[in-house]
Design a protein around this ligand. Sequence first.
Ligand SMILES: NC(=O)c1ccc[n+]([C@@H]2O[C@H](COP(=O)([O-])OP(=O)(O)OC[C@H]3O[C@@H](n4cnc5c(N)ncnc54)[C@H](OP(=O)(O)O)[C@@H]3O)[C@@H](O)[C@H]2O)c1
Length: 247
Amino acid sequence: MAQTSMLITGNSSGLGLGLSKAFLAQGGKVYGCSRRGCGLDGDCEDIRCDLSDFDAIPLALEALLSEAEGLDIAVLNAGMLGEIKPMHQTSVVELQQILDVNLLANKVVLDWLCNWQRPIKQIVLISSGAAVLGNKGWGGYALSKAALNMLTKLYSHEFPDTHLTALAPGLIDSVMMEYLCTSPDPQEYPALARLHDARNSGAIPDGDAAGEKVLAVIPELLKYPSGSFIDIRQINDPEEYARVFSA
Ligand SMILES: NC(=O)c1ccc[n+]([C@@H]2O[C@H](COP(=O)([O-])OP(=O)(O)OC[C@H]3O[C@@H](n4cnc5c(N)ncnc54)[C@H](OP(=O)(O)O)[C@@H]3O)[C@@H](O)[C@H]2O)c1
């Protein structure tokens, strides 16, 4: 491959958009996929696809990657939060919507990449600290990210020549964070207090800054066994990691 190339799902906003910009700025080629499109100039090919439409995914990837000889990196980043509320008030339909986008769409993408039979050096699935924290209100999102971690481990056996990681990217000041810091009641959901404090003190990177951080950490992930779940704070900020996960 002449040029480094990256597939990024969910690159129309937040982390995915920031990662796309950072990779383009390094001279890489971006293949993006989202419903809205990223609208970026430069060496970026983009396809619009609703990843909850599983039949549409293979067609979109075939069109997007038809000319690619392989990929250096695939970042399966697209995700949705759902509403913060108690599990017993969350319907099965709501859970299914979140699991479709955050988990099963990634299974369909991985299946397509597995059958593509072109070289892929590294796949990073964007997980979350919510995968292990189990905080009140994070219902469908936490379930989907916990299952995503196991999906990563399971598929690591089926990609012998590709390194897989489930990566929690840390807090990002995106649309998701805007919702978390404005809508649910922090008295009702105590885990929100840490997010409010961090946001008010300006400690949460925006999508562009988070994209640069994630891009910088991607090569570090190769030091861990394929299939691992890694939190970016383990690498960049072990004290903050210990604080969050011992609380
Ligand atoms: N924000 C945080 O603090 C935080 C913390 C830990 C982990 N994460 C994870 O980081 C990833 C990015 O989140 P973000 O904070 O950057 O949120 P965001 O700004 O809301 O971005 C979500 C992206 O996913 C795409 N997406 C959502 N549903 C889709 C669908 N049905 N089909 C295709 N694309 C879809 C969106 O594109 P379209 O709307 O254009 O389709 C958008 O580009 C997610 O996996 C999230 O769980 C975020």
